[in-house]
Design a protein around this ligand. Sequence first.
Ligand code: ATP
Length: 192
Amino acid sequence: MSKGQRVGIFGGLFDPPHIGHLIIAQAVLDEFRLHQIIFVPAGNPPHKRAHSSYAARYHMTKLAIRDNRYFAISDIEKHMPGKTYTVDVVAALRASLQARLYLIIGSDQWEEIGTWKRPQELFKLCRVIVAPRPGHTLDTHRLSHPMLHVSKTPLLDVSSTMIRKKIKNHHSIMYYVRADVLKYIKRKKLYG
Ligand code: ATP
């Protein structure tokens, strides 16, 4: 990774990774002319509970991105002890990558950013790109920070919660996730 490169960091539980994640990542890559997006499956996030193991979420994310040469995956959170806070993850990635970092989050996460650990420090480490999400309007008067960008990504009404619910109700999740991810979920009987 060379010094002038612009790299997106896309963290999440990816439980499971869905087309919303993939479409947002590709749209942000294009809009902000990023060189790469690194997907970072969450280890032990403070605000959310995982419904499948780290290994399963990592594997599904790897399957989901595998045909896109601009997408990569990091297991950095696997090795972090205790709760994994975004600011610590971004700081660690910044120390290891010689690149300009762009943290990508949905507007649901933006609404919560005030509850994150050291949010102000985050803006010193990276730019933040917010992807609008249905039902989570953007509070525009909080959006004038020079390190903050709102992306023009389409509104996509899809979430991992919705997919887990469909599986529980024996509804198809075909097209909501990549085919390989669907196969893996079935084989491992996840979310049943
Ligand atoms: P869950 O329903 O379990 O809460 P999720 O669909 O929000 O999961 P995560 O893996 O928690 O998925 O999300 C990772 C990141 O992607 C978060 O910043 C989230 O806001 C964003 N994101 C997920 N789905 C969308 C979407 N449809 N539109 C915009 N951003 C999204």
